[in-house]
Design a protein around this ligand. Structure first.
Ligand SMILES: O=C(CO)COP(=O)(O)O
Length: 140
């Protein structure tokens, strides 16, 4: 079971809901997280159970970032709005930076999201299970 996070800016939320609905069968059975409003919108339209953090501008990106820093997040679908400035831009950059620090697959548009979900379906994320199993500094 992998940990997957969904985050979408306001003008990308419909796209996110459509995307998650289309792949609901793939996401089912994984541990799902989201920022506040994104998760609410997805849960209104699917049967998925999602742990919702704060809304993005109130710190939700940072909360997800904390899991990334601990290497506990396996995949992030983050549909950013490239055409509108966000008040919490530093939090967004920080989250993406941490994904690069830990080498976490993160999709920032739906085309990449599709590729990653198909990889997930195929079992290409098995290496993340190994990361969890052999986390340095932790007892086996
Ligand atoms: O702003 C966001 C990500 O940066 C998303 O937050 P919401 O899901 O609460 O709208």
């Amino acid at each position: 079971m992998l940990s997957i996070a969904f985050i979408a800016h306001d003008r990308k939320k419909d796209e996110m809901v459509n995307f998650v609905t289309a792949y609901e069968h793939v996401f089912q059975g994984h541990k799902l997280f989201s920022t506040g409003t994104t998760g609410m919108r997805i849960m209104e339209k699917t049967n998925l159970s999602i742990h919702r953090f704060m809304s993005g501008p109130l710190g939700g990106d940072q909360q997800i970032g904390a899991l990334v820093a601990q290497n506990e997040m396996d995949l992030i679908i983050f549909l950013r709005d490239p055409l509108m400035a966000q008040p919490h831009e530093p939090d967004i950059i920080a989250l993406l930076r941490l994904c690069d620090v830990q080498g976490i697959p993160v999709a920032t548009n739906v085309a990449t999201g599709e590729l990653l979900v198909r990889a997930l379906q195929r079992g290409d994320f098995a290496w993340r299970e190994l990361v969890h199993k052999y986390k340095p500094g932790e007892q086996q």
